[in-house]
Design a protein. Sequence first.
Length: 362
Amino acid sequence: MSYINTIGIANPLYKSDQMDIYDYMVDTIPYPDKEKKVLRYLYKKSGIETRYSVLPDFSATNGEERFYNTNNQYNPNVENRLSVYDKSALPLALEAIQNCLEDSTIPNSEITHLITISCTGMSAPGMDAEIIKTLNLSKSIQRFNINFMGCFAAINGLKLADTICRADTDARVLVVSVELCTLHFQNTISADYNLSNMLFADGAAATIVTGNKISEQSLQISGFHSDINNKGEEDMSWNITSSGFLMQLSSYVPKLLKAGFKDILDSIVSKYGIAFEELQHWAIHPGGKRILDNIEHEFALENGELNASRKVLKDYGNMSSPTILFVLKSMQEAENKTKGEYIFTAAFGPGLTTETALLRYA
């Protein structure tokens, strides 16, 4: 048995209103007038009010400094994008870790394992080595990197941490997820980029996973379940090119997720011997408003089960892998919780892959 204990979150300096980001997009990308009107409607109906970035580009209120050329004549190569990642990811990770550890009783010296997660940048030695050096963690610490798995990767990080803690009851596993999605903005007109430019943002989250409960907010890990929908293989993908990391994100993704979600839930309740009605709380990765709307409608969630997911989408957008930890932190702090109640947790990413976790209030 293992527990997700304190969760720390962090966002970069630059905060932009969603409609300011829309203004940036239509000023930067040569959309025809008709498409501008459609995009304006979609941005207003996105369920997002604000997003964060390590770059000041996306709102005039952030000053005049720019990474992307405002006339859209210069598209940074991947080296330039990743040089910003190398400078910006570590401070954001350290802030999330500090926010996690300040609410924890575990000193740095007792952390036995480090799991770092990112799909928006990588190097070697990388962020994991810098975290160890900066926090003066043990030089013999066991470390693992989960790279390039997309929005569901934090659940895989929790899965690995759970496996470690079940094998070693003295393990203290620090899980850190950092994504700088806005470094991979593309100026090409396409349905895929329209969606990704409307949704994605930057953020970081960290948590401590242990074999014993160390916080009043701890969540007990009951188990995990994975599903790959091969029909969606070409509808969500993530590839490295010379001009940045390119997202394939089809508008069919919400429909594909809706179609396969009942089978996933049937597998979970069967696997863990519980009834559907026992899933009192839902932590769903807010990959977009349509995804949340479809799940809410499909399973008749009429008591605000997706409020935490909608609030994270509203305040932060889709930050890829850290997002589900933002949702879980919100659920840890919720008032409508009772010890022993289940939290069904799910996140989605390339594949089309759905990773789920069954948690309980401890």
